[in-house]
Design a protein around this ligand. Structure first.
Ligand code: AMP
Length: 391
């Protein structure tokens, strides 16, 4: 990582503004998954133990520049306090005079949490005023919100122009592991790319094609690749654009692109629609490809078992429905079983697949950022990373 890390920086007595991603799922008024809060604890503990006055900040939901009562951070603050084993003061705001008065009362090792950053319109608009207001609260800025690093907002990018700006430990880990996986150091590097549409993933496929040895293709995009090969893609309408994107990839001379030898189709896009296995080339014109088939799952698992580096983004099928989850489950198990490989999962629904199977501990790194990890794999520069001080 070519950015300055907060590790080893003397923060004693300093006020540190930390941007985290506490955009946690809440069901019936309860946090249903607190892993984003847990993921920020190493940085927050490092700062607290180092004697900093820690001002934590996050967005939550999409209040669009207005105060929305349901989107206040109180529940998050209470959970953070439990996990830290320390009080977390309500700093209010995020704009106006209240935060400054709460922050000026903080002692070394104490924590306060600003109110939802997106209550302030200047946050998403990345205004100079709001960036300067945030900077005025602290001596140093730390960005640990990898999940929001693909956004150029005041708290992720703008503020860094006004304070010494460091990467937090989670940010550092994400950038290092994702970056190293793409460098394809030694041995076979494979990417597994799935998801709904080829248009969602074409940039990822193109970037990965230049970086890895082999790409295993799954998900809804299989149809576009079959059509590009002159085969039936089933009932789904493959646009000319998607067809030529797939064609371009097959002919690019980059990574070896592997397509499923068989697929599971159904007549309707429906959980209970009957699932049938077809060989590639025999997909009926009224069948929707909803998963890779059993032969492909075995072949993909074999390729995964001999890889040294594995990057996975996007499920192999409609994993939310059990009949069409088998391909994704087989791939998840194969990735988890390859103990010698560095395995990296690019967030979002792929993280959900391994999470639901209890395999997270068997993966080297499951990214906390969905959109951010996707943009990273596309080779884009993340504004929240670019804004940090260079090492
Ligand atoms: P993504 O978040 O882009 O990786 O896409 C994940 C979504 O793609 C999931 O909701 C899956 O249900 C969906 N998906 C995967 N395979 C297919 C498929 N063959 N047809 C339609 N949707 C799919």
């Amino acid at each position: 990582m070519n950015k300055r890390s907060i590790q080893g920086v003397d923060v004693n007595g300093k006020t540190v503004l930390v941007r985290v991603d506490f955009n946690v799922p809440i069901r019936n008024g309860v946090i249903s998954d607190d892993s984003r809060i847990r993921a920020a604890l190493p940085t927050l503990n490092l700062l607290g133990e180092g004697g900093a006055k820690v001002v934590v900040s996050s967005h939550f939901g999409r209040p669009k520049g207005q105060v929305v009562e349901d989107m206040r951070l109180r529940i998050v603050r209470e959970r953070l306090s439990e996990l830290l084993g320390a009080p977390v003061l309500d700093a209010g705001g995020p704009n106006g005079a209240q935060p400054a008065s709460v922050v000026s009362g903080l002692s070394s090792g104490e924590f306060a949490l600003l109110e939802n950053l997106r209550f302030e319109a200047g946050e998403e608009a990345n205004t100079k005023d709001f960036s300067k207001h945030l900077a005025s609260l602290a001596d140093l800025y730390v960005n640990d919100a990898f999940g929001a690093a693909h956004r150029a907002h005041a708290s992720t990018a703008g503020v860094a122009a006004h304070l010494p700006a460091y990467a937090g430990l989670l940010m550092e880990r994400e950038l290092e592991i994702l970056g190293r996986a793409l460098e394809g150091t030694t041995g076979a590097t494979i990417a597994i790319v799935g998801g709904a549409k080829v248009s969602d993933k074409i940039q990822v496929l193109r970037h990965l094609s230049a970086k890895v040895d082999t790409i295993l293709v799954g998900g809804g995009m299989v149809a576009a690749f079959y059509v590009a090969q002159g085969r039936s893609g089933g009932a789904v309408d493959v646009s000319d654009e998607d067809k030529s994107a797939a064609q371009g990839l097959l002919e690019s001379g980059g990574a070896n692109v592997v397509l499923p030898a068989d697929v599971i189709t159904a007549p309707e896009f429906n959980e209970n629609s009957p699932a049938t296995v077809f060989e590639c080339g025999e997909v009926p014109l009224d069948g929707l490809i909803l998963d890779i088939g059993p032969r492909s799952a075995t072949e993909y698992a074999r390729i995964i078992s001999i890889a040294n580096t594995i990057i996975w983004n996007g499920p192999m099928g409609v994993f939310e429905w059990p009949e069409f989850a088998k391909g994704s489950v087989a791939i998840a198990n194969a990735v988890a079983d390859n103990k010698k490989a560095t395995s990296v999962i690019g967030g979002g629904s792929t993280a959900e697949v391994v999470g639901s199977l209890g395999l997270v501990d068997k993966i080297t790194h499951v990214s906390t950022g969905g959109g951010a990890s996707l943009e990273f794999l596309e080779g884009k520069i993340l504004p929240g990373v670019a804004a940090l001080d260079n090492a």
